[in-house]
Design a protein around this ligand. Structure first.
Ligand SMILES: *Cc1c(COP(=O)(O)O)cnc(C)c1O
Length: 414
């Protein structure tokens, strides 16, 4: 290692604090963290020039691969004009064009309003605040409770973490600022007093942070029907499932569901820049039109111009590369590649939804993290959820790359 690299590593350990990371072990002298210095397609390169396949799409964000020429060019072109301007009292063309493009992705023309923020957690918070304020303004302040599902995950800010049903992510956030009721399943809704509910929130089709857990087929449609009958608003958290991950553009398409709110983030910019969007309906929007009902919420980097052009470019790539048409065949290839684990004696269960998979290892001990570290030696980067190994490649992944990913994990398991 060059002297420069040693200096950098010393500075890293002296000054950095990483998310979800036990920092004592991180800072130990023997630990040399990977520095990712470049990427192309599904491949990332570290400080020593070693190459890895990006097996979890850089924490579930990347869609078309790294350094895609169309997305890179769009960002560079916008950068020559201006990088960021305030969205409070001003507007700009990339945000307008992106809003129209997002609205057009939903067939029913029902989700007509787009509210931008910077990440998945704040996209969820915006939806929750809109739902609560909506009922106050409708003269039904008793509808002050959010219904969420056990093991759900909706982000890490206090408001978003309050919805979560996974203790490990809650930290100090215990139902902060509003009421949350949690249920294990659709069946449990029979015992819920819906007159107190502002909204129901769910990760459609698959709970990600819970370890890639699938909901029963048809459940989302049943939930939508229940919400309509009870006049409870439906919030879909498609932060993970959006932008092709499930095999269609959005998970809600699988069951023909149109929610009152949808939160989009991770894949929105193709995984290039932090930007998120909360889409909602005319019904919700119109309840905020009186001056005294103004939605007083927002962030400094709302509708960042670089993020908006990256998102537009990502949607362009979906079209140029006819990605949605290719996805069913890719999903089938992915499924075949995962067969290795379906028959594997050390694997308890393989759970797949589109291009997302959780491979749960059969073990009494926590071994997921060790297996993923081992997989690096075989050229694969990914992170587990406890003992569930996650494979969620960028959608541009080739069949050969899928096979290399699976082979790296298989060798790490052995
Ligand atoms: C990642 C994630 C979030 C939070 O998004 P951030 O951008 O990390 O704040 C929320 N919901 C789901 C389902 C997620 O996977």
């Amino acid at each position: 290692m060059s002297a420069g690299m040693n200096d950098l590593l010393a500075l890293e350990k002296a000054h950095l604090w990483h998310p979800f990371t036990p920092m004592a072990a991180w800072c130990e002298e023997g630990h040399e963290p990977l520095q990712l210095v470049s990427g192309r397609g599904c491949t990332l390169t570290d400080q020593h020039g070693r190459e890895y396949l990006d097996g979890n799409a850089s924490i579930w964000t990347n869609v078309h691969g790294h350094a895609h020429p169309v997305i890179n060019a769009a960002i560079v072109e916008q950068l020559q004009r201006v990088a960021h301007t305030s969205f409070l009292g001003f507007t700009h063309e990339p945000a307008i064009r992106l809003a129209k493009a997002l609205v057009d992705l939903f067939p029913s023309e029902k989700l007509t309003r787009v509210f931008y923020s910077d990440n998945g957690s704040t996209a969820i918070e915006a939806a929750v605040r809109m739902a609560l304020q909506f009922w106050q303004q409708q003269g039904q302040p008793e509808r002050n409770t959010l219904l969420a599902f056990d093991r759900g995950y909706h982000g890490d800010t206090l408001g978003a973490a309050s919805l979560g049903g996974l203790p490990v992510f809650k930290g100090s956030a215990n139902d902060f600022g509003y009421q949350v009721q949690r249920v294990p399943s659709m069946e449990a809704l029979a015992h819920v007093d819906a007159t107190q509910l502002a909204a129901v929130i769910i990760e459609p089709l698959m709970q990600g942070a819970a370890g890639m857990r699938l909901w029963p087929a048809g459940m989302l449609k049943q939930l939508e029907t229940w919400c309509r009958e009870q006049d409870v608003l439906l919030i879909l958290d498609e932060v993970m499932t959006g932008f092709g991950r499930t095999g269609t553009m959005f998970a809600c398409e699988h069951e023909g569901v149109v929610p009152d709110f949808i939160a989009l983030a991770k894949g929105l910019t193709g995984g290039y820049l932090p930007l998120s969007a909360t889409l909602t309906t005319d019904r919700i929007f119109e309840a905020f039109l009186k001056p005294e009902h103004t939605f007083y919420y927002g962030h400094s980097y709302t509708a960042n111009q670089l993020g908006c052009v990256a998102a537009l470019a990502s949607l362009q790539v979906f079209q140029d590369e006819r990605l949605l048409e290719q996805l069913p065949a890719k999903v089938a290839q992915f499924s075949r590649a995962l067969d290795v684990f379906r028959a594997h004696p050390k694997v308890l269960e393989v759970r797949q939804c589109g291009m997302m998979a959780g491979i749960e290892v059969r073990s009494e001990m926590l071994v997921g993290a060790r297996i993923c570290i081992e997989a690096r030696k075989h050229g694969l980067l990914t992170r587990p959820v406890l003992n569930t190994l996650v494979l969620m490649p960028p959608l541009c992944v080739t069949e050969a790359e899928m096979q290399r990913m699976v082979e790296a994990l298989r060798r790490a398991l052995g």
